[in-house]
Ligand binder design. Structure first.
Ligand code: SF4
Length: 365
């Protein structure tokens, strides 16, 4: 990449149209062709873009670059889950996980290096925020996994922003990545299959609707009372449960989408019978489904896992009271796809740059 080159992956389609018109005297049609070559066909070599004139191709080659994140490490679980540690600009390391489920594969990507939200059950939360990823660095994780998946003969059907970082704390870059992922001449994914997961940034949930970012929403609730939620998720001090659920309702009404409520079950802390009943009352009448995520106590953060029977009891209770509830058991246990063991291994080798996957990512989707 030379100083004058622009990172192609940082451009939305309208931005590319503008750049082509302004800097290359090229029409909107050329932007469409470029998007199709790069995102639909995976071609980044201008010499292969044969439907674009030779002179323009030469100038575009001077003007754009296509950076790649390098795979710093990869681990594969017996259950088919694959965990990647990518090195992005400046040597920062971020994690992405391909989670194998019965009928689909879900790719979980990171949006920041570290995280400012400090959720108590999440290792990334102990790091603080180092920086937000650019749109390109987010899409480079996607591209890196697409490339690697060829050797496995598979691909992902869903993407969740549930790795390191709070995606709505990096709103503009995440929104641009979502737009490229769901653009019909981009990655052409269904907006139903791209999910942003938030710890509960109320203004940004509303911004998704206002700015028509067509994406599915998951909200990490993890408690049935403000007292416990503030204890495990400091963001609750700023936007308590009532305000958060009002934003969930507005999002659902504004987009006609069902919102996923994530509930990491922390044994004995937020999973009592009273919690179960309170959660039913809190969610009554909201267009939501619930993902119950049994905490993985391998994470070593001082919380307990609930028993399997108790998790099933919760699911039964929620279902009986009209709430769709699913259990998301931990995947990739043998490679510890949950919560940063890959990154921890890397930490021993490279003590200065230490990403750890977010707490809920083990149960993404
Ligand atoms: S759970 Fe998500 S929002 Fe909370 S600290 Fe971890 S990465 Fe940040």
């Amino acid at each position: 990449m030379t100083q004058s080159q622009q990172d192609f992956y940082n451009c939305s389609y309208p931005e590319l149209v503008e750049i082509l018109e302004r800097d290359f005297a090229a029409s909107k049609f050329r932007a469409t062709q470029l998007f199709e070559w790069v995102y639909r066909k995976g071609v980044t070599d201008f010499s292969q873009m044969t439907n674009i004139g030779r002179d323009l191709r030469a100038r575009l080659e001077q003007g754009f670059c296509f950076p790649r994140a390098t795979v710093h490490d990869r681990q594969i679980s017996q259950d088919g889950t694959r965990k990647y540690l990518f090195e992005v600009d400046g040597g920062d390391l971020v994690e992405a996980v391909m989670i194998k489920q019965a009928s689909r594969m879900t790719l979980c990507v990171s949006s920041q290096v570290g995280c400012a939200m400090a959720c108590g059950f999440c290792r990334t939360g102990t790091m603080g925020l180092k920086r937000s990823l650019s749109t390109s660095e987010i899409l480079q994780q996607v591209n890196g996994v697409i490339e690697d998946a060829k050797s496995f003969g598979d691909s992902f059907s869903n993407i969740v922003f549930m790795g390191m970082g709070e995606p709505l704390h990096n709103f503009d870059n995440v929104a641009r990545a979502v737009r490229n992922l769901t653009n019909s001449i981009g990655y052409a994914m269904s907006p139903r299959k791209v999910t942003v997961s938030t710890s509960g940034l109320v203004p940004e949930i509303r911004r998704l609707v206002e700015e028509k970012v067509n994406v599915s929403l998951a909200v990490s609730l993890n408690a049935s009372s403000d007292e416990v939620r503030t204890q495990v998720m400091p963001v609750n001090k700023r936007w308590p449960i009532k305000e958060l659920l009002a934003a969930v309702r507005d999002f659902a009404q504004g987009t006609r989408k069902t919102v996923t409520i994530e509930y990491v079950m922390l044994g004995g802390l937020n999973d009592t019978r009273d919690d179960m009943k309170r959660l039913v009352r809190l969610l009554h009448g909201l267009p939501v489904k619930v993902n119950l995520i049994p905490y993985n106590d391998n994470a070593g953060l001082g919380f307990n896992s609930p028993t399997r029977d108790w998790v099933f009891e919760w699911q039964r209770h929620l279902n009986q009271h009209g709430l769709q509830a699913f259990i998301r058991w931990s995947k990739g246990a043998d490679i510890a796809a949950a919560c940063g063991q890959l990154a921890t291994a890397s930490k021993r080798q490279r003590p200065s740059r230490l990403p750890v996957l977010a707490g809920e990512a083990q149960a993404a989707a």
